[in-house]
Design a protein around this ligand. Structure first.
Ligand code: ADP
Ligand code: ZN
Length: 626
């Protein structure tokens, strides 16, 4: 039996238009919403930016409209509840959150709103939901038929396999037994099958319908560059592609985070550090600025990012290699939630490969676990060294078949400019036999730098000290440059033919080297792309930082866009919400381009719902008129 008539003003389609200002559902959204509105359980697997929020918000609004009371949204991040609720209230939906930041007085007021059934959505942390006080209140709601649904956001937190395990999530299985008949929807952007199975089991979702979307992020451009001078490569990337844009730069260590943020700052980029070693207050302040201000770059360890739903992050840059493809996908996935073009850029080099391998080797974990980790790292290295489509490889890793992204507007680096390769089989043999000679010649081990010097026939102090000019491999690789040799060594470490050991990362052959030495492995390497001459624009940036609008605009349009952004900043400050909660950049750009002259025309623009039209319509029309 249908809960609402599709043509009623309370149907999902009309709620989508009226409340959120969007014309049509995306992908599986419509099916998911219908299923939950009709009381079904669901597991929703959708990539970041796919539009998961509407999958429970619209059922909550529709069911509330049909007299079914309050929807409970379980979310692990207290910090973000405030903004999510702010966005709903801006759209005219009565929502609230309960967490430890509220005064007793405020919390009691919200509880009364909930118990009356007037509230449409209530956001709570898992530990709060399963506390005796809350369960007693939910019992009362349930007895009166006023518990409309449970949405379990970031549902992968229930899995020990995942990266964000939260013990509090395990207690959520109580919901099924205690409130039968209340639909539950679990949502996650985590794609791997183990986590998926865990969610179903631990949350008792065996009966739930599973909705799996494609995990492709068509608006993200993937690019992986060979590391030469990481800082300068990063600066050039930001300067050339992302001046004034919001972005995240991931580094592995706290120290590198601090140094990189300070350096970017000295280069005129507004950059803030974020890592677990900073005190809570500083982290909160930095996160707040990142969310609220335009064009802030967050330099962070992976301590930053879970549940960051800032829609206009225009790039995610990795200065160090992530642990595996799952992490790479998660971290890069924070770019471009708004669907506009965004970049996932990574620089990686020999040291990254060495470090990641060592971290696994030296970890105290069981051998079986280490083996699994090595396998995952290998998959990531293969992605980094790939000559073919990065996107297709990424999706294949998650079990999805896709052709190369080719001529697509946001195609990956390899599709945009297919790399030239060279045959490194012979070079690899030379490198390996040189390491072998070192060993024969006194059992000493050396690092990559010295190895390359010997291969290139350079007479350094060290070469003289050890008499390495006398080795048969001295100078056998003079025809190759330093970069090429580093690529060869990196590839050999990636393939596991060489292991780096000890404090100085000295190189040692493994049994896997034998096949390469015998010439049985054919090694094709990417030609080191000629470093594009960096722009000589020079000078410090700063001052009038302007990001590019998401639509092509002429000079007058651009001026209108900037004026709208200034207006939005005022409103956001007044309402104590991030700017994107008021309107997204794309919505402002469309206003600037189409220049509507009536409320009706303004209401046609995507992202302008009835409530926002009422609240802001006149100010916007006036502003566009000037
Ligand atoms: P997720 O939680 O899956 O990462 P969100 O729910 O934050 O994604 O949605 C991502 C963006 O897409 C948001 O800005 C949202 O407003 C927008 N969006 C979602 N569904 C639609 C739709 N049907 N039409 C237009 N925009 C949409
Ligand atoms: Zn591609």
């Amino acid at each position: 039996m249908l809960l609402v008539n599709p043509s009623s003003p309370n149907s999902p389609q009309s709620v989508l238009q009226r409340v959120f200002g969007y014309a049509a559902f995306r992908g599986a959204q419509a099916a998911i919403v219908d299923h939950i509105v009709d009381g079904g359980d669901a597991l929703v697997l959708m990539p970041t930016g796919g539009g998961k929020s509407l999958c429970y918000q619209i059922p909550a609004i529709v069911r509330h409209g049909a007299g079914r009371g309050v929807a409970l949204v379980i979310s692990p991040l207290i910090a973000l509840m405030h903004d999510q609720v702010g966005a709903l209230e801006e759209a005219g939906v009565h929502a609230a959150f309960l967490n430890s930041t509220l005064s007793l007085d405020k919390a009691q007021r919200i509880e009364r709103e909930m118990l009356s059934g007037r509230l449409v959505l209530l956001y709570v942390a898992p530990e709060r939901l399963t506390a005796p006080r809350m369960l007693a209140q939910l019992d009362s709601l349930h007895a009166r038929g006023l518990l409309s649904l449970f949405a379990i956001d970031e549902a992968h937190c229930v899995s020990q396999w995942g990266h964000d395990f939260r013990a509090d999530y395990l207690a959520l299985n109580v919901l099924h037994e205690r409130y039968p008949g209340v639909p539950r929807v679990a949502l996650t952007a985590t794609a791997d099958v183990l986590t998926r199975a865990d969610i179903v089991e631990r949350l008792d979702l065996g009966e739930a319908r599973v909705f799996v979307s494609s995990f492709d992020r068509p608006n993200i451009r993937y690019a992986i560059a060979e590391k030469t001078d990481a800082r300068h490569q990063l600066r050039a990337f930001i300067e050339e592609e992302h001046e004034g844009d919001a972005g995240i730069v991931y580094c592995q260590s706290r120290r590198k985070v601090e140094e990189t943020a300070a350096w970017l700052g000295s280069e005129g980029v507004v950059a803030l550090p974020y890592h677990a070693g900073l005190d809570a207050e500083t982290r909160r302040r930095h996160q707040d600025r990142f969310l609220r201000e335009d064009g802030v770059v967050m330099v962070a360890t992976i301590a930053f990012g879970m549940g960051i739903d800032k829609p206009d992050v225009r790039f995610v840059a990795h200065l160090d290699l992530p642990k595996n493809i799952e992490s790479y996908y998660q971290e890069t996935g924070r770019a471009g939630r708004d669907g506009l073009p965004a970049d996932a850029w990574m620089a990686y080099g020999l040291a990254d490969v060495v470090n990641q391998r060592r971290m696994i080797d030296e970890s105290p974990a069981a051998e079986e676990f280490k083996r699994a980790q090595r396998g995952k790292l290998d998959a990531l290295l293969a992605l980094a060294e790939a000559h073919d489509c990065r996107r297709a490889r990424l999706l294949a890793y998650f079990g999805e078949e896709a052709g190369p992204c080719g001529a697509h507007q946001n195609a990956c680096d390899n599709c945009r400019q297919p790399p030239v390769t060279w045959d490194a089989t012979e070079a690899a043999r030379k490198a390996l036999s040189c390491i072998y000679r070192f060993h024969q010649n006194g059992g000493q081990r050396f690092g990559a730098g010295h190895l390359i010097d010997v291969l290139r026939g350079k007479t350094t102090e060290k070469v003289e000290q050890y008499g390495h000019a006398a080795l048969s491999t001295f100078g056998v690789g003079a025809e190759l440059g330093d970069q090429q040799w580093r690529a060869v060594v990196r590839q050999l470490v990636a393939l596991g033919c060489i292991r780096a050991e000890g404090e100085f990362n000295t190189l040692e052959l493994t049994s896997a080297a034998r096949e390469v030495l015998r010439g049985e492995v054919n090694l094709q390497l990417r030609q080191q792309s000629v470093q594009a001459k960096r722009s000589t624009r020079g000078g410090k940036k700063g001052g009038g930082r302007k990001s590019r609008p998401p639509l092509p605009l002429d000079a007058a349009g651009l001026a209108r866009f900037e004026a709208l952004k200034a207006w939005r900043a005022d409103v956001a400050r007044e309402h104590n919400v991030p700017a994107y909660v008021v309107f997204h950049d794309a919505t402002l750009a469309e206003m600037a381009q189409r220049m509507p002259t009536s409320l009706a025309a303004l209401g046609e623009i995507a992202g302008v719902g009835v409530r926002k039209l009422e609240a802001y319509g006149h100010s916007i029309l006036r502003l566009l008129n000037d």
